[in-house]
Ligand binder design. Structure first.
Ligand SMILES: O=C(O)CCC(=O)C(=O)O
Ligand SMILES: [Fe+2]
Length: 220
């Protein structure tokens, strides 16, 4: 049975997922962000890790900023490489099943009206970064909730590469998230400026966004 079926079938892993989804929902309601170390089922995180590692080199493209007509590559802002997830591989389907179950939970508990989810693998070679930015601007984007899953085994403090989430435009301290294996970070896309610090080794993740009424298809 795939994880996708597990999400609807109510098997043993369901209480753990229910607990995770409820924690995320409460965190988002109270703080607007939710950090969950080692939270995603290991088979999904490991499957995504293995898939990212065996994707052909040309599957990853230099990431850009903006969407559709204002999309541009700016290597001073970000210089990671990305590969969009379309659900072609069974492990991608498991990931999309997990995300869909979470989206339904957030809609039920927080009435967010989320209608779609898009995500991509991101690979930051050592020394690469994504400077401080917002994922969405109020009134200009359908993205409401950002979600990042980290795929890095044996990550230590010395490896760097933290996600720094700032509480508002003037916050300069932020809170730091270690990109360790199966850690899941979520935050309200319009509310939290954030950045990815350079790491001393390659940093792998899946970044995704839950949106409302999205007719927008990812530009790549
Ligand atoms: O990888 C991360 O920690 C965050 C990535 C990010 O901010 C983005 O892709 O918009
Ligand atoms: Fe971001």
């Amino acid at each position: 049975m795939t994880n996708l079926e597990l999400f609807s079938a109510g098997e043993e892993s369901k209480p753990a997922l229910d607990y995770l989804f409820e924690k995320i929902s409460e965190d988002l309601r109270e703080k607007g962000l939710s950090i969950n170390p080692f939270a995603v089922p290991t088979d999904i995180a490991q499957g995504l890790h293995d898939l990212a590692c065996r994707l052909p080199g040309d599957a990853f493209k230099t990431a850009g900023i903006g969407r559709q007509s204002d999309y541009e590559v700016n290597q001073f802002v970000r210089n990671d490489n990305i590969a969009w997830i379309y659900g072609d591989d069974p492990v991608e389907q498991d990931w999309l099943g997990f995300s869909d179950a979470l989206m339904r939970h957030l809609n039920r508990t927080l009435f967010l009206g989320l209608t779609s989810f898009e995500s991509h693998f991101a690979r930051y070679p050592a020394g690469h970064f994504y400077k401080r930015h917002l994922d969405a601007f109020k009134g200009h984007s359908n993205r409401k909730v950002s979600m990042v899953l980290y795929l890095n085994h044996n990550w230590t403090l010395d490896d760097g590469g933290e996600l720094v989430i700032y509480k508002d435009d003037i916050d300069r301290n932020g809170i730091k998230v270690q990109p360790g294996f199966a850690t899941l970070a979520l935050f309200l896309s319009e509310d939290f400026p954030h950045e990815v610090l350079p790491a001393s080794r390659q940093r792998l993740s899946v970044a995704g966004w839950f949106s409302v009424n999205s007719g927008i298809f990812p530009v790549c």
